[in-house]
Write a protein that binds this ligand. Structure first.
Ligand SMILES: Nc1ncnc2c1ncn2[C@@H]1O[C@H](COP(=O)(O)OP(=O)(O)O)[C@@H](O)[C@H]1O
Ligand SMILES: [Mg+2]
Length: 589
């Protein structure tokens, strides 16, 4: 679809508002035109002594009425056209957000957040300018310009008009060029400011590292450089404006000079009356704005068109992960999982991340997945959540291919503690009740007690109302993990996945949480991913992943008997734990 027809769909929805706006615009322009004519009539009447005080009064009354129409009209066209363009901006923003929410995790890996943010801010803004102010400029400028020039020719003098409007066209052409250059400089200035902001933000959040490495001076120098850069970019804008503004006055002055010279000559020769000469001067000045506006409108349209294309790019990317035509909502998921020859290659990788994994997990089982980092543990559970597409028949839940289960049912029935436990900048209460309907305090406390975080929360000054994240308190890694676990437990889903969710929790607390989980999850399926054997040794099934392959499968005793990787890991970790205790004991002495 072309950019033009894309944006026209939205404009058409608001066509009545646009039409009303354009009509009032015409009325305003028309009323505007009569004011110089009235002053001309008064001047002529007074010089020829044909007008008495009453005549002047009625002319003034007309001017006053025209002024009132102008004021009302100018309010109305803004109301209609700006209103419509703001509505379209809002619709586009909503649609874009809704569209992006549907995109896969991979889409976000491949697109920078900053770039997506720009589309929400400056691009949407440029589009709004093109469908609001630019449209006004075009209608207003062309109608005003044509009507003024016509009045000048018809009411005053054709030759005089032709002569004096030549410099005016220079303004229009000049404005197009000026607009392009100033836009580029504005953008550079904007980039410099955002670089500076990023720099300050990074230095503040990284203040500990800066201090620890005694880099304050270096940071100050780097900041001064960035700051200088921002100033230079600002000066670039100011310099151009400083040259162009006086130039504009010169051109306007040139027009006035020509008017005075030739118009004065015509007035002396008696070809035009003094009143028309006065009106002409006013017309010339009125012509400046339409000329500038024309140039501006051309620039706003070209920037808007470029931005519309960037928005279209977002909309044209189809979500990769969709419900297939066979997908259906499942009434009740029990929680039996089957991996059947599951092989998966990440995009951009040549080697498979997971190779030929076959495993049956009955309802109510605790499955543990253990292995070194980068061996595909997170990938495995992401596939179960259908965050990436898998070939048909490779993953079954309750015997049903996950491609045939709607995304909604699938994800509603799986509670997930991601490895990078993310909390929103909101209260702890809202964070923990995130996946649940409503904020039932009893259920929240039950979940936080099971996740061993309740006792910490009640020591915070605002307890459950404590705001976490950038604007609130900083939680420790372990507290964050336990809050994420509580959030997942709140869901009470048939399948629970904990992806390395206990790594930052001390062993005593871990034992507590595991004990609570056992009670909480009786009869329900749980998947535990960990790298500490202590976390998983009581699991019903343990799968050791190495290079994406399920190297060893069985329970703790079986795997120990195998004398393989698992036993090796177990012994190493026992040894490390013993060393750790010795060191701690040494400290105490
Ligand atoms: N979104 C992704 N795109 C491409 N490669 C990925 C992606 N996520 C993980 N990988 C790759 O897959 C491999 C396994 O990663 P992961 O499943 O996170 O391992 P683990 O959880 O065991 O540490 C790694 O080599 C990693 O680089
Ligand atoms: Mg992982």
């Amino acid at each position: 679809m072309s950019s033009f027809s894309f944006i026209m769909q939205y404009i058409k929805k608001h066509r009545y508002r646009y039409a009303a706006g354009v009509v009032t615009l015409f009325v305003v322009d028309f009323a505007n035109l009569f004011i110089p004519k009235m002053t001309g009539t008064i001047t002529d009447g007074l010089t020829a002594h044909t007008m008495d005080w009453n005549g002047v009064k009625s002319c003034l009354l007309i001017i006053f009425l025209l002024g009132a129409i102008l004021a009302l009209g100018r309010f109305l066209w803004r109301f209609f056209i700006f209103g419509a363009s703001r509505s379209i901006e809002c619709e586009l923003r909503n649609e874009m957000f809704a569209h992006l929410e549907k995109m896969s995790v991979e889409y976000y890996n491949e697109h920078k957040t900053g770039d997506l943010m720009t589309r929400f801010t400056s691009d949407l803004n440029a589009v709004r300018m093109a469908i609001g102010p630019a449209i006004i400029c075009v209608f207003d400028a062309s109608v005003m310009g044509i009507m003024i020039i016509f009045q000048m020719m018809y009411y005053v003098n054709v030759k005089l008009t032709l002569l004096t409007i030549i410099p005016m066209f220079l303004i229009c052409i000049g404005e197009v060029y000026y607009g392009k250059i100033i836009h580029k400089r504005y953008r550079e200035r904007q980039e410099a400011v955002s670089d500076l902001t990023d720099f300050v933000q990074e230095s503040f959040s990284g203040v500990r590292v800066i201090k620890a490495f005694v880099r304050e001076r270096a940071e100050m120098r780097a900041f001064a450089k960035q700051n200088q850069n921002t100033m230079n970019k600002n000066l670039n804008v100011v310099r151009l404006q400083a040259i162009v503004m006086p130039l504009l006055d010169v051109i306007i002055g040139l027009s006035s000079l020509l008017t005075l010279l030739y118009g004065g000559y015509l007035a002396l020769a008696g070809d035009i009356t003094l009143g028309r000469f006065v009106a002409f001067n006013q017309y010339i000045n009125m012509l400046v704005w339409p000329m500038i506006a024309c140039g501006d409108a051309i620039n706003m349209f070209s920037q808007g068109a470029a931005s519309i294309r960037r928005l279209q790019e977002v909309f044209e990317e189809k979500p990769e992960i969709l419900d297939s035509p066979e997908a259906e909502d499942v009434e009740k998921i029990k929680g039996e999982i089957d991996f059947s020859h599951l092989t998966f290659v990440h995009r951009g990788h040549t080697e498979p991340t997971l190779r030929d994994i076959t495993l049956h997990v009955p309802v109510g089982t605790t499955l543990a997945v253990i292995g070194r980092t980068g061996n595909g543990k997170s990938t495995l559970v992401n596939l179960l959540l259908h965050l990436y597409n898998t070939a048909p028949g490779m993953i079954l839940i309750d015997g049903k291919d996950i491609n045939h289960i709607s995304l909604k049912t699938l994800r509603e029935n799986i509670a997930y503690v991601p490895q990078d436990n993310f909390l929103f900048s909101d209260t702890l209460k809202s964070n923990i009740a995130f996946g649940a309907e409503g904020e039932d305090m009893d259920a929240i406390v039950e979940a936080t007690q099971a996740a061993c975080i309740h006792d910490s929360i009640i020591t915070f000054p605002d307890r459950y109302e404590t705001v976490v994240g950038e604007r609130g308190v900083t939680l420790s890694g372990g507290q964050k993990q336990r809050s994420s676990i509580a959030r997942a437990l709140m869901k009470n889903a048939p399948i629970l996945i904990l992806d390395d969710a206990l790594s930052a929790v001390d062993t005593d607390t871990e034992e507590h949480i595991l004990h609570n989980l056992k009670k909480n999850r009786a009869g329900k399926t749980t998947i535990l991913i960990a790298h500490r054997i202590s976390t998983i040794q009581n699991a019903d099934i343990i799968m050791v992943l190495e290079n994406g392959e399920a190297k060893e499968v069985g329970n703790h005793e079986e795997l120990m008997k195998k004398n393989g990787i698992y036993k090796d890991m177990f012994e190493k970790q026992q040894l490390e734990a013993a060393k750790g205790e010795q060191a701690a004991g040494g400290d105490r002495r």
